[in-house]
Ligand binder design. Structure first.
Ligand code: ADP
Ligand code: 5GP
Length: 199
């Protein structure tokens, strides 16, 4: 007990940073920029998903790619901090690393959807180390141009993802910060300042 108290006093527990936003807004791009800044001491929580890898995506780096059966087993065994279905696929956060890395003092970054965020905020109510950020595009036209520019989805999936934005935006008030990703550098700087102010 004494050791735990002393440990917590000396080692500040890491933050849990939730970043959400519509598909194509630039979450992945912003995350890669943030991860370059070692002073932020970030650990990216790699999610599990049933969707197929895009060209260039590696198992264990962008996602842990898995089957529907395995995903359901992970849910049953209580291994996920949260999970949600997004445009026909399941996505979830393995919980073991989130806790252990925060205990080590690392600032853990989650890139999850609005429904997953509701679950985390409910589970971690009162945890002052939680930061929630919702990224928005400068306009709907620009969002569409970015999804298309990425060239990773079929027309049908692009349409579904754009439509999902109308449902997602209803959840924006659950976030502490809403940041516009217009100019990439400005957006990254804004988020960097938010994180630094809580460290
Ligand atoms: P998300 O992870 O939110 O789905 P991505 O990071 O894959 O989005 O970005 C979608 C596309 O938009 C990519 O082609 C990316 O290069 C581009 N992009 C990201 N941020 C900006 C920005 N600020 N200005 C212009 N294009 C951007
Ligand atoms: P994509 O297929 O574009 O990588 O992700 C689709 C959506 O799923 C995005 O909104 C992304 O933030 C969300 N997502 C990714 N990982 C997780 C996760 O672990 N949990 C939840 N709830 N959503 C996730």
């Amino acid at each position: 007990m004494m050791f735990v108290l002393l440990y917590n006093y000396v080692m500040k527990r890491g933050l849990l940073i939730i970043m959400s936003g519509p598909s194509g807004v630039g979450k992945g791009t912003v995350r890669l920029e943030l991860m370059k800044d070692e002073s932020l001491d970030l650990f990216y929580s790699v999610s599990m998903t049933t969707r197929s890898p895009r060209p260039g995506e590696r198992n264990g780096v962008e996602y842990y790619f898995t089957t529907k059966e395995d995903f359901d087993r992970q849910i049953k065994e209580g291994n996920l901090l949260e999970y949600a279905e997004f445009v026909g696929n399941k996505y979830g956060t393995p919980k073991d690393k989130v806790n252990s890395k925060r205990d080590e003092g690392k600032n853990v970054l989650l890139e999850i959807d609005v429904k997953g965020t509701s679950q985390v905020l409910e589970k971690l109510k009162g945890d002052e180390g939680v930061i929630s950020i919702f990224l928005v595009p400068p306009s709907l036209e620009e969002l569409e141009a970015r999804i298309r520019g990425r060239s990773t989805e079929t027309e049908e999936v692009i349409q579904k993802r754009l439509k999902t934005f109308q449902e997602e935006v209803v959840y924006k008030d659950q976030y502490q910060y809403i940041v516009v990703n217009d100019d990439l550098n400005k957006c990254v700087e804004e988020i960097r300042q938010i994180i630094k102010s809580k460290m």
